[in-house]
Design a protein around this ligand. Structure first.
Ligand code: CUA
Length: 334
């Protein structure tokens, strides 16, 4: 792969644009953006044209002046200029007021998307990852996952936002604007995707060393596929399939992994790190830092501080056999 191809694949993988809208909320924000863009563009062109005109006329006059008597403004002309300046100030105020009105109306229409009985996700920001809980009146049907959420296409989804440490901010440009996650101050946001696809989001508020490695993947599925995904996530972890995986489970439960991570259906119930019950079904590791492949997972387990310096996960020195067994076990957690 040459440099250009690498660059292309990178932009395809990470390209995000608030103007390539995929839902009603983002559409409203983009419409506001285009209104500002076109009004400001027209004003810019007019101002530059007036400047060029004034320079041109001033130059022509200075040639005239050098050969004739000095030109002075008569009082009638001066009053005319004052009127024009006053008129332009009033016009500027009207345009600014129209912008204010348009912004207010956009804000109101963003808040108007609601529904009852739909999907509600509790999203909590941690340094530097996202915990997602799909709420359900029946506690055993609650789904916990991390860094990758699925939503049903065409339905409003309520996201309740919390932070466990510092201020983070959720931003999925193709679906909605930014919304802060503030410790001790719950926030909420409605999103809706109108077409299936993967929409990348990330933390949009500087929250420390690994702020740039705090990505959230939003996958919009057709409703039946979404239901199937949610049902699959409700199932407790798959039991290890062979002896290697069995040994891996033992390594997980008796080592330090289980102190921080939870795997539903086992004794591992740590709550300070991502839930790993279905880790093999997720596309990335460490909140979008690495693709979820066995090689990257091994590197992440052994030396996370090399991949994501400052992250809460400590290095783990495991024997080669134990590491392979652990990988075999985790690979089975689909
Ligand atoms: Cu979390 Cu920046």
């Amino acid at each position: 792969m040459n440099l250009l191809e690498r660059l292309q694949s990178l932009t395809e993988r990470f390209a995000q644009s608030a103007l390539e809208t995929a839902g009603p909320q983002a559409e409203r924000i983009a419409a506001l953006w285009w209104l500002f863009f076109w009004v400001c563009t027209i004003i810019f062109v007019l101002v530059v044209a007036a400047l060029v005109f004034a320079l041109y006329r001033g130059r022509a006059r200075s040639v005239e002046e050098s050969s004739g008597p000095a030109v002075t403004l008569d009082s009638g002309r001066e009053a005319g200029i004052h009127r024009k300046i006053f008129g332009l100030i009033v016009l500027t105020a009207i345009i600014l007021f129209a912008f204010l009105l348009a912004t207010e109306m956009t804000g109101r229409s963003l808040a108007s998307l609601t529904s009852s009985g739909g999907v509600t996700i509790e999203l909590t920001g941690y340094r530097w990852w996202w915990r997602a809980r799909y709420l359900d009146p029946a506690p055993e049907r609650i789904v916990v996952t991390a860094n990758e959420i699925h939503i049903p296409v065409g339905k409003p989804v309520l996201i309740n936002l919390y932070s466990r440490d510092v201020i983070h901010s959720l931003w999925v440009p193709e679906l909605h604007g930014k919304r802060d996650l503030i410790p001790g101050h719950p926030n909420a946001l409605w999103i809706q995707a109108d077409r299936p696809g993967r929409y990348d989001g990330q933390c949009a508020e500087f929250c420390g060393q690994q702020h740039a490695h705090m990505r959230l993947i939003v996958i919009a599925d057709p409703p039946d596929r979404f239901d199937a995904w949610l049902d699959a996530q409700r199932v407790t972890a798959q039991a290890p399939g062979d002896d290697t995986a069995k040994r891996g489970m033992e390594v997980f439960l008796t080592g330090s992994c289980a102190l921080c991570h939870a795997i539903q259906g086992t004794d591992a119930n740590g709550q300070v790190a991502p839930d790993l019950t279905h880790i093999a079904s997720r596309a990335t590791l460490a909140a979008g830092t690495l693709p979820n492949t066995p090689g990257h997972l091994a590197g992440w387990i052994v030396d996370p501080q090399h991949v994501k310096p400052g992250a809460a996960m400590p290095p783990n020195s495991l024997s080669a056999e134990d590491l392979q067994a652990l990988l075999a076990y985790l690979k089975g957690l689909r």
